[in-house]
Design a protein around this ligand. Structure first.
Ligand SMILES: CSCC[C@@H](NC(=O)CCC(=O)O)C(=O)O
Ligand SMILES: [Mg+2]
Length: 368
């Protein structure tokens, strides 16, 4: 596949409501989209999930754009065949920047699959045509406000609730949700906000029968998570720590995780995400697909990934209106608590030109 060039397009997507986590509050998404254009006029899209600031991980959107512009696109254009599998060879020489790599690789994968007329879901090995939807609920100013938000999401049909937690906002909100809504599927995500010294406190979550406790400790504290897993009954689920299939294998072998949140941007793309899925499946570790507040482009690809056999838990694959008043693609809409897996070739969705124009803040074309 010969690529003539790439478009880097920045879009500003306001959130329908602030989204608060242990590392900050998001009011809008400054998103970098990558569009690959091939010699015979095909195109493919990839969404870079890096946030505006390096708070979830070390990547941030301006930095990702620079790495894509200066290093990743030249690496692709230097290849005789801009194949998404082949670009992993030169990309491996460039240290880090998985979200930037994922955006470029996904644009190439989308183009390749559109040319072949193959849906991404089929290419990845999907076994379902719809996936159960969970929803991530941010830290709120009060318990009543939290209960109102959870009630709304349950009424919309979400099949699993995830609560963001941090020191000072953990046991009580979980207790309140459990007491109000009974035995719903419920889990928490700390985004690395605790230390091993908090083990006895985190064990206070055990009576609430949570599905999992996501990334309680810093992303590089694998030993700490293995120790914490011996002190709490709630299953530990790693997110930020799982940067590759090898990292997943190591964390599982060391007893640091018994569930894994798969995020293609965090591991460098959908091909590595499938490898993480396969390593976890081989070890009997359940996985689910996480989210980075993606637009319909990234959401479509995540829903395809969530249809793989090892994805046995609802993911953070919510409807478009969880975050956006208007998506840049046809919106993903909840149906009986599920999202339909796109059936079109590639990621299976296309940006609506008018919607895209409305939110575009910058665009640049980078050619051979
Ligand atoms: C701005 S927080 C992004 C990372 C966070 N993502 C979510 O909570 C789900 C977001 C979504 O629904 O896309 C996580 O650590 O899992
Ligand atoms: Mg998380």
């Amino acid at each position: 596949m010969k690529v003539t060039g790439f478009e880097l397009r920045r879009i500003a997507m306001p959130l329908v409501s602030p989204f608060r986590t242990s590392f900050g509050v998001e009011h809008d998404r400054d998103v970098l989209l990558v569009r690959a254009v091939t010699e015979d006029g095909a195109e493919g899209w990839g969404e870079c999930v890096a946030m505006s600031e390096p708070l979830y991980s070390s990547e941030y959107v301006d930095g990702a754009a620079e790495v894509i512009r200066r290093f990743l696109i030249p690496a692709v254009l230097s290849l005789p065949d801009a194949d998404p599998y082949q670009v992993e060879v030169p990309f491996a020489k460039i240290k880090g920047h998985p979200m930037a790599k994922a955006a470029v690789q996904t644009a190439l994968l989308d183009a390749k699959l559109r040319i072949a007329g193959m849906p991404l879901a089929a290419h990845l090995g999907a076994v379902r045509d719809r996936v159960p939807a969970g929803v991530s609920v941010g830290i709120m100013d009060s318990i009543p406000e939290l209960l109102e938000a959870v009630e709304g999401y349950l009424a919309e049909g979400y099949l699993r609730i995830k609560l963001k937690i941090q020191p000072g906002w953990d046991v009580e909100p979980v207790r309140a949700v459990r007491e109000r809504f009974g035995d719903i599927l419920l889990q928490v995500d700390a985004n690395t906000a605790y230390t091993l010294a908090d083990a006895r406190h985190l064990a206070k979550l055990d009576p609430f029968e949570l599905l999992l406790m996501e990334q309680p400790l810093p992303e590089d504290d694998i030993r700490g998570h293995a120790e914490l897993a011996k002190q709490v009954r709630t299953p530990i689920c790693l997110d930020e720590s799982i940067t590759s299939a090898r990292a997943a294998a190591d964390a599982i072998a060391l007893g640091a995780t018994s569930v894994v949140n798969i995020k293609p941007g965090r591991v460098g793309g959908y091909l590595e995400a499938r490898r993480v899925h396969d390593v976890c499946a081989a070890n009997g570790v359940p996985v689910w697909v996480g989210g980075m507040l993606e637009t319909g482009i990234g959401r479509a690809a995540n829903v395809a990934l969530a249809a793989l056999p090892g994805c046995v838990l609802p993911g953070d694959t919510s409807a478009s209106d969880r975050y956006f008043r208007r998506d840049i693609t046809a919106p993903f809409v909840l149906a009986d608590g599920h999202l339909a897996v796109p059936t079109g070739p590639g990621v299976g969705v296309d940006p609506d030109p008018d919607a895209l124009a409305e939110v575009t803040t910058a665009t640049e074309w980078i050619a051979r």
